[in-house]
Design a binder for this molecule. Structure first.
Ligand SMILES: Cc1cc2nc3c(=O)[nH]c(=O)nc-3n(C[C@H](O)[C@H](O)[C@H](O)COP(=O)(O)O)c2cc1C
Length: 187
């Protein structure tokens, strides 16, 4: 029975990576460089059920990149309000250096996303009232593609919580070699 739910989770994540479905936006948690948790929204860009992996894109200069390099353990959470379902995920993030994979993702992005990588200042730079950085950053001498990061999270745990009926359902799946070990939990 947990297998049916696992298939449903991967179906929903697969749909979320290609369309505006509830889990298209996920919240990504990293450990900050000072150890404090850091949380932000990302767009799910790719779901590979076979590898048990999810991908998102970001700016190579964004703080989360340093955080992932420092500690690749991350957690993600999504919420489907119409279904009253929460999906918690955790795993290890990797910043891709596979040029073929990077290029394939880059070419799949829309113009309005690509333009973000032309932003002159690193995400999080402090700006004055005129939008100029208070501290001079690195000169912008790299092409936007070089500032593009493809991050893939190899999941090691998925957790589904369904509060849609009086009988709440909570189920976890832990990676176990090439398969997933499912278990029902008290909600
Ligand atoms: C709806 C929405 C979608 C977002 N998607 C992304 C994304 O896919 N990648 C990303 O780096 N930041 C995305 N952001 C911005 C992040 O939430 C965050 O503010 C930014 O990446 C800086 O995070 P950092 O300082 O922790 O690196 C999104 C924000 C919103 C509100």
């Amino acid at each position: 029975m947990t297998e049916t739910l696992l298939a449903k989770i991967w179906d929903q994540l697969g749909a979320a990576a290609t369309s505006r479905s509830p889990f298209n936006f996920l919240q990504l948690a990293t450990a900050g460089l000072d150890g404090a948790p850091q949380l932000r929204t990302i767009v799910l860009r790719r779901c590979d059920a076979t590898k048990g992996a999810l991908s998102f894109v970001t700016d190579m200069r964004s703080p989360k990149i340093q955080e992932i390099r420092n500690d690749p353990r991350v957690a993600l959470v999504g919420f489907d309000p119409a279904a009253s379902v929460q999906l918690r995920l955790s795993g290890e993030a990797e910043i891709s250096d596979d040029e073929a994979e990077r290029l394939e993702m880059w070419q799949s992005l829309r113009e309005r996303t690509l333009i973000l990588f032309s932003a002159p200042h690193a995400p999080g730079s402090i700006l004055d009232d005129n939008g100029q950085p208070l501290q001079a950053g690195e000169p912008l001498n790299e092409e936007p593609y070089k500032r593009f990061a493809l991050v893939t999270v190899r999941l090691n745990r998925l957790e589904w919580l369904d509060l849609s009926s009086e009988h709440h359902i909570r189920c976890t799946f832990d990676r176990d070699g090439a398969t997933w070990r499912g278990a029902w939990l008290a909600p």
